[in-house]
Design a protein around this ligand. Structure first.
Ligand code: ZN
Length: 326
């Protein structure tokens, strides 16, 4: 029953559920050193914000689409055809609308896709590849929640996801986004061991930064996200926080305007099964229009990978550093 209840909660909100592990001691029983160790396991290091973006552009605009589809239900074993149909909408209808808009303005985007989602609807890969502008990122095997998994299982699922995605797309992805941004204390080690160059699930800044592991530089680029800049939490018509898409577009426009003013970066996370509905596509269209009118040629529309490699170069970050195995 719990699995079914959980499956009704939007993907994004699940990541806010605290880890319910009775073996974890509350913080007031920790020593100060224990607190420091936990905080330093994965932490933001130096900013990689460039003085300007390519060709002197002032702001980077990175659109990402997490094509989760049915894996939102499947990860908890939910066999409800109604729930599955709501998610199938993403591949069946939403993705085409998204790609049409991106084609209209020649905008590149990054598509993070769980391997099982891609396996269920492999023609998503063909559609996404058609323009030659877009990029694939890894988004887990079946949208698993990393915080609930031991290292060995998280590692095995990610390896399987990488192999599966490469088999279907023919492309080796360089970046990762944790399903529901659920990044475990083991995730960074796994990403480093598997040769990822950037990741996009953490939230310590508005601009790119280097991730530190146990206080040490890793050479791994973080492209930070935020729930403010995600379509899922406020677009659940059965939730308590449903927001008029046109009003939500105003929030995103304000986020963009500050990013433009500060010369930083604007990342928006969306899902074809969420944003791909008619009234919500209006919100995305309003946003794209606003960015084009406000920044014009001073906006750099880029994939996550292109942005990560640009800041790696401008910040003299060098290559990702191999992890010293314990
Ligand atoms: Zn997702």
């Amino acid at each position: 029953m719990r699995a079914l209840v959980l499956s009704l909660i939007p993907c994004a909100l699940l990541a806010q559920t605290p880890t319910q592990n009775p073996n974890i001691k509350p913080g007031w029983r920790w020593t100060y050193d224990s607190a420091l160790t936990v905080v330093n396991t994965v932490r933001a290091g130096r900013s990689l914000k460039p003085a300007s973006w390519p060709d002197g552009k002032r702001v980077a605009v990175l659109l990402s689409f997490d094509a989760d589809n049915e894996t939102i239900s499947l990860r908890y074993g939910d066999p409800n055809p109604g729930h599955l149909s709501q998610m199938q909408y993403g591949a069946r209808v939403g993705l085409d609308r998204v790609l049409k808009l991106l084609d209209q303005y020649q905008i590149p985007a990054t598509f993070f896709i769980p391997a099982v989602s891609l396996r269920i609807t492999p023609d998503m890969a063909t559609k996404i590849k058609a323009s030659g502008r877009h990029e694939f990122g890894i988004h887990g095997w079946i949208h698993e929640m990393n915080m609930t998994l031991p290292d060995s299982v998280e590692r095995a699922l990610l390896k399987r996801a990488l192999d599966e995605q490469m088999a279907i797309t023919g492309i080796k992805p360089t970046g990762y986004r944790a399903p529901s941004w659920n990044f475990s204390p083991n995730t960074l080690s796994i990403l480093r061991d598997m040769g990822f160059r950037w990741e996009s699930s953490l939230m310590a800044d508005d601009s790119p930064y280097e991730i530190l592991q146990n206080g040490q530089p890793t050479g791994m680029v973080e492209l930070p996200v935020e729930w403010i800049l995600d379509d899922a939490p406020l677009f659940d018509p059965r939730g308590n926080n449903y927001m008029n898409p046109r009003n939500l577009a105003l929030v995103w426009m304000d986020e963009f305007d500050k990013a433009f003013e500060e010369g930083s970066m604007f990342i928006l996370t969306m899902h074809p099964h969420v944003i791909g509905h008619r009234s919500r596509m209006v919100a995305l269209e309003l946003l794209v229009d606003h960015i084009r009118k406000t920044a014009g040629p001073r906006a750099w529309w880029a994939t996550h990978g292109a942005a990560a490699e640009y800041v790696r170069k401008t910040a003299n970050l060098g290559e990702p550093r191999p992890r010293t195995l314990p």
